[in-house]
Design a protein around this ligand. Structure first.
Ligand code: ZN
Length: 582
């Protein structure tokens, strides 16, 4: 059995707007775990494998500026030294972490596999999720080259199409260049080595002489995965959206987007130009607004429109939860349309060239999908969420000074508690059902979530009904709900037939509902259609019609009854009705 190791690393700031405490986390999961479990950050499928040190090397032991210094560096070499040291430190640390996966040191071990059988298993690195900046560092290439293939736009004047046909940028091709330069110049220091490697003009950066993947049997072109969040969603926000705004005017684009009806998506009521920071969801939702906002806009040529539509089609298709050869064939057609109309952005004066690393990376999604499955397997959205759950929440519990060791200790305690809890659950499931591997039940995720404290507590029902005559149906609904709850609780088969309208004097109206706790919103969790889909969460606003007219929230007047057991936690029974507003 192969244990498919997937790594993800990302840098995050521990503090907002103060200090520069950077946390470079390396997470690990296994490709053998079901995708829908792996995509849930709280499922325990991801572990914090290492904290990589990061330093900007503003001070080193080499006194570079002193005239007496024995090391003589020119201005360019001195400027590149912090970058060289930073990359060397990253690769040295990663080499320690990755050591058990090296070809020569890899050993098989026996693990308990599916069906409670002992399997001989071997770990192998199959994927590495990282943003574009880190991809260049891992592959040891310059930002002018592609980490996946040998097409180099700035050096060899190649076009976007060349990324489809170019040979892969294998680990051995990079190592060949590094070894060749080192053999020719055995005594040069690292800052001169970098200059000599860059003169080879093959896209290798030369910052690092011994990459961490040197002893692995896979190269970076195989294990680096295209990231959906940065490579597709953020790319569209950062580049094509800016081109459209400068073509038709920022105000025009904002107005067109704000006028579009909101259809269960984030509504950009003031447009997009004034948004300083956008979340992943906003990036995704904008893609659905752009095409109608572009329709009939001034200065938009048919070629430019086709180029943007082809890009939208490509991004929409690569994020589908299920893909087959027919859909991938369709994707090729959209790529052809994109290539045919790509130069229009240059003709319209929006760009000088199309040498954008993320646009180039878009062409490699197809190859990733064929090799490693759907692109949601490789989105950096999960590591970004893990940052909030692990480092940021643990850092808040420390004294903010010597925080690394306390954070790791807290993490060990959390991890041990979780593993113990899951072991106890697994044991009890065996004892109770005699089925060690129960089938996955996707409907178990179904539910309603409400805030622990009500938004308004102990409101008299008479004041609610006096406020608005339209709440007359509420009392009848409570009577019906109460009668149904009684019928469920009692074992007698005779059920009360409660229908029609009732008022407060009705014998069916329970006195305990004279005062009600009110929630103005609740979250409804809809179970996934199958294992390829994620469960969906919707916020439902349920303010009364009068309250909702006063506030900015646009509610639908839905009402939820919650029956809580006084001695137990959580929600045990619920029923919903709809209020009819004027
Ligand atoms: Zn490429």
């Amino acid at each position: 059995m192969i244990q498919a190791v997937i790594l993800a690393s990302d840098e995050t700031h521990l503090t907002n707007f103060s200090g520069s405490k950077v946390f470079h986390a390396l997470y690990m999961t296994l490709g053998n775990i079901y995708g829908h479990i792996r995509r849930q950050p709280q499922s325990g499928a991801w572990v914090l494998l290492a904290i990589l040190p990061s330093s900007s090397f503003t001070q080193t032991l080499l006194n570079l500026t002193s005239p007496q210094s024995y090391v003589k560096l020119n201005k360019n070499q001195a400027a590149s030294l912090p970058g060289i040291l930073k990359q060397c430190l990253y690769h040295e640390c990663m080499a320690i972490v990755i050591d058990p996966l090296c070809y020569a040191k890899r050993r098989s071990c026996f693990v308990l596999g599916p069906g409670n059988k002992i399997h001989s298993s071997m770990a192998c690195l199959v994927g590495y999720i990282a943003d574009m900046k880190e991809q260049f560092m891992i592959a040891c290439v310059t930002p002018r080259a592609c980490p996946i293939c040998l097409a180099q736009p700035r050096l060899h004047n190649s076009t976007i199409q060349d990324h489809c046909t170019a040979k892969p940028h294998t680990g051995s091709s990079t190592l060949d260049v590094l070894y060749r330069v080192r053999n020719a110049h055995p005594d040069v220091p690292i800052w001169k080595f970098r200059t000599l490697v860059s003169k080879e003009k093959c896209g290798v950066s030369g910052y690092v002489e011994h990459p961490f993947w040197e002893d692995l049997d896979v190269g970076p072109s195989h294990f680096i995965c295209q990231d959906l969040l940065h490579g597709a969603h953020k790319f569209f926000w950062d580049h094509p959206c800016k081109w459209i705004a400068s073509l038709i005017g920022t105000e025009c684009l904002d107005r067109r987007i704000s006028l579009l009806p909101k259809e269960g998506l984030h509504h950009f009521k003031s447009g997009i130009s004034k948004l300083k920071q956008a979340s992943g969801r906003e990036h995704r939702d904008l893609l659905k607004y752009i095409a109608p906002a572009l329709a009939g806009a001034p200065r938009v040529t048919p070629q430019f429109r086709d180029f943007i539509l082809a890009l939208l089609h490509i991004i929409m298709i690569i994020q589908l939860p299920m893909l087959d050869d027919n859909i991938l064939g369709e994707l090729d057609k959209h790529f052809e349309v994109m290539y045919a109309n790509a130069d229009e952005a240059i003709s319209l004066g929006l760009r000088k060239n199309l040498w954008i690393p993320k646009l180039m990376a878009l062409t490699h999604f197809c190859q990733d999908i064929q090799l490693g499955g759907v692109s949601s397997n490789w989105s950096s959205e999960t590591p970004e969420t893990l940052h909030k759950l692990l480092p940021k929440s643990l850092y808040g519990q420390t004294n903010h000074k010597d925080y690394h060791i306390p954070m790791l200790e807290m993490l060990t305690v959390h991890e041990t508690k979780r593993v113990r809890h899951e072991y106890i659950q697994w044991r009890s499931s065996i004892q109770s059902s005699q089925h060690p591997n129960p089938p996955l039940d996707h409907t178990q995720n179904y539910g309603i979530k409400i805030a622990q404290r009500p938004h308004k507590q102990g409101v008299a029902i008479t004041s609610l009904t006096a406020k608005s005559g339209s709440l007359a149906g509420l009392i009848s609904a409570i009577c019906k709900f109460s009668a149904e709850a009684d019928a469920t609780a009692s074992t007698s088969t005779a059920t009360h037939q409660v229908s029609g309208t009732y008022d407060l004097s009705s014998p069916w109206f329970p006195r305990r509902y004279n005062k009600l706790d009110l929630w103005w919103s609740y979250r409804l969790t809809i179970p996934p259609f199958n294992e390829f889909y994620e469960r969906e969460t919707r916020t439902i606003w349920c303010k009364t019609v009068e309250d909702h007219q006063k506030s900015k929230w646009k509610g639908y007047g839905s009402c939820v009854f919650v029956l809580a057991h006084p001695k137990r936690h959580g929600i045990h029974s619920m029923s919903a009705t709809t209020l009819k507003g004027p």
